[in-house]
Write a protein that binds this ligand. Structure first.
Ligand code: FPP
Length: 252
């Protein structure tokens, strides 16, 4: 039995935005002597668990790394299965998203996804756009460096066209040109499966995030694992470059 982490969560100090690198599906399946896609299929259960967990305790933003730009290099059949899983999950879960007041958002090069996935995503985004309890962002065909290159291109274009002066460029303007323009900074980044890497995910947005690594493989990740990560996060001191004494003063 796992410890009851939910009861240990301080509701006044929740991470506003949690981002997750869902890793270990392939290894989970291989350990069971099954094909890798079996791991991805079971990973969908974990996706549902973390969404429910966020709703239960009141986390406002959840961002999941579902498919990276590098993932296109995987075997064709694995890519096809991942896309099919995305489409079928969106179809199956649309009503649940609507009922639970969850807004679906995407980041990444959505135009690179198969037509079917784009259509399904557009429909769910449209039907959930006024929802306000949890913003669920799926990173699909996402790469952080590519995102930053696009930001630089778009801002440069505006400078050339005299829409922005060079001196005006600041962090705010950069934030507003990222895929994540409508999202707050990440507070807690979780990566499963024991790997301690960022793998080109939200490089700009995690500047002050707390990083949490767990050996649990993604298909085994449950609500309690999420709550455990949040309790761990709440025991850290976030200083944003300040000293402990300065932080104590702010909290007085
Ligand atoms: C990483 O495991 C996982 C992925 C690349 C895909 C994540 C996708 C899902 C959980 C299912 C579909 C998603 C949604 C939103 C419905 P890995 O294959 O890299 O594992 P490994 O490192 O053990 O090989």
């Amino acid at each position: 039995m796992m410890e009851d982490f939910k009861s240990q969560i301080n509701a006044d100090n929740l991470p506003n935005h949690i981002a997750i690198i869902m890793d270990g599906n392939g290894r989970w399946a291989e350990m069971k002597g099954k094909p890798r896609v079996y791991g991805h299929k079971n990973g969908v259960t974990s996706v549902k668990e973390v969404i429910e967990g966020c709703r239960e305790i009141g986390v406002n933003y959840l961002t999941l790394y579902a498919f990276s730009t590098e993932n296109w290099n995987r075997p064709k059949m694995e890519v096809r299965t991942l896309m099919a899983l995305l489409v079928s999950s969106l179809r199956k879960e649309l009503n649940t998203l609507v009922k639970n007041n969850i807004k679906l958002n995407t980041i990444g090069n959505i135009e690179n996804l198969p037509e079917k996935a784009q259509v399904e995503l557009a429909e769910v985004v449209e039907k959930t756009k006024n929802n306000a309890s949890l913003t669920l962002t799926l990173a699909l065909s996402y790469g952080s460096r590519e995102e930053i290159v696009n930001v630089i291109r778009n801002i440069s274009k505006k400078v050339v066209n005299n829409q922005i002066a060079l001196e005006e460029i600041n962090e705010n303007i950069i934030n507003n040109h990222l895929y994540t323009f409508s999202l707050p900074d990440v507070d807690l980044l979780i990566r499963t499966s024991g790997e301690k890497r960022i793998s080109n995910f939200l490089l700009w947005q995690i500047a002050y995030a707390e990083l949490y690594f767990t050996d649990t493989l993604w298909p085994d990740f449950r609500k309690e694992n999420l709550f455990n990560a949040i309790v761990n996060y709440q025991h850290r001191e976030r200083r944003f470059g300040k000293t402990s004494q300065q932080i104590e003063k702010i909290n007085d």
